[in-house]
Design a protein around this ligand. Structure first.
Ligand SMILES: Nc1ncnc2c1ncn2[C@@H]1O[C@H](COP(=O)(O)OP(=O)(O)O)[C@@H](O)[C@H]1O
Ligand SMILES: [Mg+2]
Length: 134
């Protein structure tokens, strides 16, 4: 498995477009791709027509249920959360803040979410250097 994050402290530079196009490119070459939307503007979730606020990415930080939705052939998505910035404000007071995502992926490699099945994880981010991006 390879993990790619698209990160810039500047907005409007093409993070979401490249993440979307790269995920599509990989999926069309028979790779199984998981896209994680870490931007509270939920742009990539909108591009996949999947921004319904249920079991969103927020759960990675809060311990709530995280849903994985199939959005295209070979592409699954963890939907962004329009209030992820508020969750970030809260999570900063919690222990091991910067390793929450890595811990969540590791914990879910084999069980019901079976993250290990993916060839690629593609992560879109908000233009900042806050908790979700780090
Ligand atoms: N390679 C490109 N050439 C021209 N326009 C682009 C390119 N990549 C992105 N855009 C446009 O630039 C704008 C910002 O792109 P976006 O991917 O949303 O940036 P970010 O996620 O960094 O905020 C969008 O309107 C998008 O269509
Ligand atoms: Mg974007």
């Amino acid at each position: 498995m390879e993990i790619y994050s698209f990160v810039s402290t500047k907005g409007g530079v093409g993070k979401t477009s490249i993440a979307y196009n790269f995920a599509t490119y990989l999926s069309e070459r028979d790779n199984y791709v998981l896209v994680i939307d870490q931007d509270h503007q939920c742009s990539i979730s909108q591009l996949f027509d999947c921004d319904k606020q249920q079991h969103t990415v927020k759960g990675i930080y809060t311990g709530e249920k995280v849903g994985i939705k199939n959005v295209r052939k070979n592409i699954d998505l963890i939907t962004g959360d329009y209030y992820l910035d508020r969750t970030e404000d809260w999570v900063i007071s919690q222990p091991n803040t910067d390793t929450k995502l890595l811990t969540w992926v590791t914990m879910n490699l084999k069980d019901n979410l079976n993250i290990s099945q993916y060839d690629y994880i593609i992560i879109d981010t908000h233009p900042d250097f806050r908790t979700a991006t780090r």
